[in-house]
Design a protein around this ligand. Structure first.
Ligand SMILES: Cc1cc2nc3c(=O)[nH]c(=O)nc-3n(C[C@H](O)[C@H](O)[C@H](O)COP(=O)(O)O)c2cc1C
Ligand code: SF4
Length: 426
């Protein structure tokens, strides 16, 4: 069998502290920085990332290089410019960025140095989910070591490039993962999304040009620089580039994270997780976190690429699959997810602020056997009102993705709860 390349996780060993600076350098770390700063023009690095086909791993898949290209020319707009790393990771079922932050903080730092150089930013913030205390401690310690070694600060490695990295612990709100709410939070304001346009590249942190990228996106950069565009493209399947840190949770034998070629099928991913536990059958899957639509057990051969999952009617999202098995009540599962979303609505726009708690109340009513058939029509109606383009940001439409597909695929279970006035699954 062909050995899979796992550039992002090659230095990560389970239950072992991350590599320190010397071990990381001995394994080839920071070589990409040495080869780039002062030697490669920032615009050429941006072009390389465009050519690599790297799509943002925060959920949308937008070309990282094209996003960088939208930054204004620093000569035309001199002054501070920022690179912000989105490490908020509060999507239910998602734990891939945590692996990278805790497992290989120097890889994160090296990715930041290269990416900040490409967009000519001299300050970078890593916005880390507040509960990720270990990640925060390890990042701060690695940043200190990198600074002592001349890899951060002024004139990095004798080049004329300066960069400081600051770690910022979030206060634990899901909306802080939305990039403009994150920027408000970093500025010390209430974490609510901003209207777009202007996009952060034009007016971001403190009104200055800013790129916001996901942790996994940026961790790819040193490998693209060191091993080249063709190699990076060759790692992926289904026409998309690189590897992906997928995840699986639910009743599989070995839930966890798995770095596999981008475009691996859902079937293969579940096999890497050991398959279903004894006595459980897979019924449906949320392929990319709680904000994605269900796929059914006859769709397991679809490639987990951005285009592949979209073609099948869902979204790759974070690539971390949540499995619904045949012994778990789908109504209960959806109620649980909607409880989260209702709690996490930031309250900025009325349809989401009032609609999500309303959805949650109806689901609680149905689950407890108090539901009526008219509640299903009401749920369909509210879900339409909270769909894409109806609310200020994508939180509410994301919340509706699992609900709408669940109402379609598990209609019989909803009706059974209503007719029998109970949840027969408990
Ligand atoms: C409600 C909500 C929560 C989000 N949470 C995250 C998150 O935790 N991490 C993340 O990288 N992107 C998150 N995003 C997407 C970001 O807004 C943004 O698109 C992403 O950080 C861009 O990075 P990328 O281009 O590298 O994918 C979220 C979006 C929404 C609407
Ligand atoms: S959709 Fe929800 S989370 Fe987004 S701005 Fe409106 S209230 Fe806030």
């Amino acid at each position: 069998m062909m050995t899979l390349e796992r550039p992002l996780t090659k230095n990560i060993k389970p239950n072992t502290p991350p590599m320190g600076l010397h071990a990381y350098q001995a394994a080839g770390g920071y070589e990409a920085v040495r080869q780039t700063l002062g030697r490669v023009a920032p615009a050429d690095l941006v072009e390389m990332v465009i050519q690599s086909g790297l799509g943002g791993r925060g959920g949308g898949g937008f070309s990282a290089g094209r996003k960088w290209q939208l930054m204004p020319d620093p000569k035309a707009d001199p002054g501070p410019r920022y690179l912000v790393i989105n490490a908020d990771e509060m999507e239910p079922g998602t734990f891939k960025d945590r692996l990278l932050l805790e497992g290989d903080p120097h890889q994160m730092i090296e990715g930041i140095i290269l990416s900040a150089y490409a967009i000519q930013a001299d300050i970078s913030y890593i916005f880390v989910r507040g509960e990720y205390g270990t990640a925060i401690t390890r990042l701060e310690s690695a940043i200190g070591a990198a600074r002592d070694a001349g890899l951060l600060g002024r004139n990095i490695l004798g080049s004329s490039y300066d960069l400081e990295i600051h770690v910022h612990g979030g206060a634990g709100r899901y909306i802080c993962g939305e990039e403009t709410a994150l920027l408000n939070s970093l500025e010390g304001r209430r974490a609510v999304p901003r209207a777009k346009p202007p996009f952060p590249q034009i007016s971001g942190l403190w009104g200055r040009p800013t790129v916001v990228n996901n942790v996994e996106t940026i961790c790819n950069i040193p490998h693209i620089v060191l091993r080249g565009v063709d190699w990076y493209k060759s790692l992926g399947l289904d026409g998309e580039s690189g590897t992906k840190i997928y995840g699986v949770s639910g009743r599989v034998k070995s839930p966890g994270t798995f770095e596999l070629p981008m475009g691996t099928t859902l079937n293969d991913l579940i096999e890497h997780a050991g398959g279903m536990r004894e006595g459980y059958q897979l019924r449906a899957v949320l392929p990319g976190g709680a904000s994605t639509a269900f796929l059914l057990d006859d769709q397991l051969d679809i490639p987990l690429s951005f285009a592949g999952v979209a073609k099948a009617g869902s979204r790759l999202g974070t690539g971390t699959a949540i499995i619904l098995d045949d012994r778990t009540c789908p109504v209960g599962m959806l109620h649980n997810l909607q409880h989260f979303f209702a709690q996490e609505s930031c309250g900025w726009c009325a349809p989401c602020r009032d609609g999500l708690p309303w959805v949650e109340r109806i689901l609680a009513k149905i689950e407890s056997g108090q539901g009526e058939m008219s509640d299903l029509a009401l749920l369909d109606d509210i879900a339409g009102t909270l769909g894409p383009g109806r609310t200020f940001c994508a939180l509410a439409p994301g919340a509706m993705a699992s609900l709408v597909s669940g109402l379609t695929y598990f209609r019989a279970e909803f009706e059974q709860h209503i007719h029998t006035k109970s949840c027969g699954w408990t």
